[in-house]
Ligand binder design. Structure first.
Ligand SMILES: NC(=O)c1ccc[n+]([C@@H]2O[C@H](COP(=O)([O-])OP(=O)(O)OC[C@H]3O[C@@H](n4cnc5c(N)ncnc54)[C@H](O)[C@@H]3O)[C@@H](O)[C@H]2O)c1
Length: 436
């Protein structure tokens, strides 16, 4: 078996600076990974979105993960043509793994990427999946597609691996080059090679998972665990709203106990926490298990936007003019994927209110194209709102002075503070307040 492993991988204790790596899918995960790996290896990045490749070649990363000087200084070569990656010893797949309209895993990007790689990969190549998947996808879904497209046999003509990605968009501390990287290969030898490769790219260390399915399962429960913990806090928050108690006050108090877990209420959007639990629940149902707790957590978290809108409505009189501050799925990132702020907007509009939306980080065209929302360009010159809703805790909103907020409102308007960002802010006496 070892003789099928590419020569470059057998030198210098398996890997060397000549090892060629292709990263397939250059988004929030793929680009930072490619940049980190290029510090030690010969890296080529492929994406089927030609606009993205053009931008990266010009030093522009629209996800804000990599700044222009770092992008320009990197040795990563960017290509729109999968054939340019044919010499790669290792192909790493970092394409999206969303859910469809029925919340079932949508594996189409992963299948397409597998077929593309299979059509060009050389003998002995290693294909590593980094996209988040349910246990079994790498070996049982990607493996057969790679076999069919390449005419090679999995485990003989090419090898599989899995290494979950743990980065958190906008988090400049837990970056890909500093966190513990989990690796698993089809054989111990492949796991060793992956440990060498990723070990060179991160100072955080390597954890060798027992096998590929274990690594896949670990990733999905990391995010499902967060989702369930947030769902618990959201459920408690809904109860506290009825009791007239602020969840933030309760959490601050309970948080003084040494083992109380630190989660805050709110919307759960984005590409990971609100999606990955569905992957595990899907696989569970395939093997005859109903993932009750996981799906209940999803349902509670997905109901939060409507609950927030209805709570705001209860503090308004008649049809109102409302300004929503923040549209992205979390603070200080431009990512609009699966943002649940949309649920607040939709519900308030259903209730007959006039709703404007502002977000300086979101891409205006994407907001219009994907969400049918026209973003307001600037906060200056705004006025007369009956309510202002702080929906996303962007730093720019945390920095707004009380005078700036009040200047946009009527004298008796409502400040609705979903994220608790203005908890310590004093407003004029006529201003009404609502928070979770
Ligand atoms: N964003 C995160 O913080 C994060 C964290 C951990 C894990 N993940 C997981 O990593 C994976 C990638 O997520 P992301 O946020 O980087 O997605 P993304 O949408 O930002 O980027 C994916 C890129 O893949 C490209 N692409 C799609 N299909 C392709 C194909 N067949 N061939 C080549 N390129 C293709 C897209 O054009 C896009 O540029 C997902 O499985 C996600 O769940 C994401």
């Amino acid at each position: 078996m070892a003789k099928s492993i590419p020569a470059a991988l057998q030198e210098h204790g398996e890997v060397s600076s000549k090892t060629k790596i292709s990263v397939v899918g250059l988004g929030y995960v793929g680009l930072p990974l490619a940049i980190a790996l290029a510090r030690g290896f010969d890296v080529i990045g492929y994406d089927l979105n030609s606009e993205r490749i053009d931008e990266l070649r010009q030093g522009v990363d629209r996800t804000f993960e990599i700044d222009a000087p770092m992008l320009r200084a990197s040795s990563v070569r960017f290509t729109k043509d999968i054939a340019d990656t044919r010499d790669a010893d290792i192909h790493i797949i970092t394409v999206p793994t969303p859910v469809d309209d029925d919340s079932a895993p949508d594996l189409r990007p992963l299948k397409t990427a597998s077929a593309s790689i299979g059509s060009i990969m050389k003998d002995g190549a290693i294909v590593v999946v980094e996209s988040t998947v349910y246990p079994g996808v790498t070996e049982d879904v990607c493996g057969p597609i790679l076999e069919e497209a390449s005419g090679k046999v999995s485990g003989e003509g090419f090898y599989l691996g899995y290494s979950p990605e743990r980065i958190n968009p906008g988090d400049k501390v837990h970056t890909v080059d500093k966190i513990i990287k989990v690796v698993a290969g089809q054989t111990d030898e492949i796991t060793d090679i992956l440990a060498d490769i990723y070990g060179a790219a991160t100072s955080g260390g390597i954890h060798r998972a027992r096998n590929i399915k274990t690594a896949e399962a670990a990733k999905v429960i990391e995010n499902a665990q967060r989702d369930i913990n947030i769902a618990f806090v959201n459920e408690a928050t809904m109860i506290f709203q009825k009791l007239g108690v602020s969840a933030y006050d309760v959490l601050e108090t309970a948080g003084t106990k040494w083992n109380f877990l630190n989660f805050t209420p709110g919307l759960v959007g984005g590409h990971c926490i609100g999606i990955d639990p569905f992957y595990l629940a899907h696989r569970a149902s395939e093997v005859g298990y109903f993932a009750d707790l996981i799906l209940t957590g999803r349902r509670i978290n997905d109901s939060m936007g409507t609950f927030i809108a209805d709570s705001i409505e209860a503090n308004l009189e008649g049809k109102c003019k409302i300004l929503i501050l923040g549209l992205t799925f979390k603070e200080n990132v431009p990512d609009l994927r699966n943002t649940r702020v949309v649920d607040i907007i939709t519900r308030l509009r259903e209730l007959g209110h006039e709703v404007d939306v502002h977000d300086p980080l979101a891409n205006k065209d994407e907001a219009q194209k994907f969400l049918n929302i026209d973003l307001i360009e600037s906060l200056s010159d705004l006025g007369g709102y009956d309510a202002i809703v702080g929906a996303v805790a962007h730093s720019v909103y945390q920095d707004l002075s009380p005078a700036a907020i009040e200047g946009m409102m009527t004298d008796t308007g409502l400040v609705a503070d979903v994220k608790g960002i203005w908890r310590g802010t004093e407003f004029s006496s006529g201003i009404k307040r609502w928070l979770l």
